[in-house]
Design a protein around this ligand. Structure first.
Ligand SMILES: NC(=O)c1ccc[n+]([C@@H]2O[C@H](COP(=O)([O-])OP(=O)(O)OC[C@H]3O[C@@H](n4cnc5c(N)ncnc54)[C@H](OP(=O)(O)O)[C@@H]3O)[C@@H](O)[C@H]2O)c1
Length: 330
């Protein structure tokens, strides 16, 4: 059977995202086949399309996309946790920009009644990632100050709320425009800095009486990471988990930045946990799902595009005008 999927045959701009007909994925004994209902667009998909995702360049055509939600239509012989007809959100084996995807049982998570498939799809990567970096990597304690870069985006709007729920005393966001300041404030940030109009490190230091932020979430890397070290408090933790800057440049740190100040730089990648420690993700997925069901956490979905318009979805994010999450609907 043939299905529709977005295929990247050559790396480049949004136009390389081509709607194509491909074979329906075959499943292995420990996998489920999912008919997708909503597909999440992540910034990582843009990096992959350009050949800049973790410096990896795919030599062969690939389907982009990290996560999606939908209904299980087939289960492998060794699958124990799921049955046909159940709704799940998942990190599929190949890309998620497709009408049907195959996913390992360990990388699929039940979607309870009461959680719609769009929210489920939109929440998987950003929910798990923001929850993990704050609680399980930086180990945010109640009363600490948090600085969140790209605060109006998918990760940013989710992390603001999760930082509040973890008891942060002050949540500061940085964004690139006035319009995005409004979004980050509405999601619960105490202060939002437009870094395009001034030095964010100076502003963070002045908002924290010269102490700096206890936890910094940096997904931009490069110069942004280096500047962030200028406003990281003693005993502070900065989590490096993205390279959003234009040229995907890394940020640099020296031991002198860390030693006497007792500060730490921590790395994190949900992709690496997916590959090497998938069991680690279930607890975070459960926590995020509970918060969504209790309406303590909201995923801001700002736009939906048909699957065929994946290129427009990417262009929108690259325009720097997008807020929250963007979805593709198959
Ligand atoms: N390590 C992980 O496991 C993991 C998982 C998910 C996401 N991430 C990372 O987290 C970041 C946010 O991901 P997301 O999917 O939620 O995307 P997003 O935040 O919705 O969009 C990307 C954001 O990056 C900021 N940005 C900074 N420099 C940019 C540039 N040169 N070009 C475009 N945008 C730039 C933009 O905010 P401003 O315009 O306000 O600067 C934009 O909102 C990405 O860097 C992503 O790779 C990491």
């Amino acid at each position: 059977m043939k299905i529709k999927a977005i295929v990247v045959n050559e790396l480049g701009g949004p136009d390389v995202l081509q709607l194509s007909e491909v074979a329906i994925p075959a499943i292995l004994p420990h996998q489920v086949l999912i008919r997708t209902e909503a597909i999440s667009v992540n910034f990582a998909d843009i990096k992959a399309r350009r050949g800049e995702y973790h410096g990896k360049v795919s030599a062969s055509p690939f389907i982009p996309g990290l996560d999606c939600a939908g209904e299980i239509i087939k289960v492998g012989a060794q699958v124990t946790r799921f049955k046909i007809g159940q709704r799940v959100m998942a990190f599929p084996k190949e890309g998620s920009y497709a009408e049907y995807v195959a996913a390992d049982e360990k990388l699929a998570f039940a979607v309870p009644d009461g959680l719609d498939s769009e929210t489920a799809a939109a929440s998987l990567t950003v929910g798990i990632t923001a929850y993990n970096v704050l609680n399980r990597v930086a180990r945010l304690s109640p009363g600490e100050t948090v600085l969140i870069h790209a605060a109006a985006g998918g990760i940013g709007t989710t992390a603001i709320q999760l930082a509040r729920l973890a008891g942060a005393s002050q949540v500061i966001g940085t964004v690139s425009s006035e319009a995005k300041m409004e979004t980050a404030k509405n999601m619960g940030a105490d202060h939002v800095i437009n870094y395009a109009t001034g030095d964010f490190a100076e502003k963070v230091n002045s908002l924290t009486d010269g102490q700096g932020a206890d936890v910094i979430l940096d997904t931009v890397a490069g110069e942004n990471f280096e500047k962030s070290l200028r406003c990281l408090a003693h005993f502070g933790r900065i989590v490096a988990f993205g390279h959003g800057n234009d040229r995907s440049l890394p940020g640099k740190v020296t031991t002198a930045d860390l030693h006497s100040s007792c500060r730490s730089v921590l790395g994190y990648s949900t992709g690496t946990y997916r590959k090497l420690r998938p069991d680690f993700l279930q607890e975070s997925a459960d926590k995020v799902t509970d918060l969504l069901l209790q309406a303590k956490l909201k995923i801001l979905i700002s736009k939906r595009y048909p699957l065929a318009e994946a290129a427009q979805a990417h262009s929108h994010i690259e325009s720097r005008k997008s807020i929250g999450k963007i979805l593709l609907i198959p």
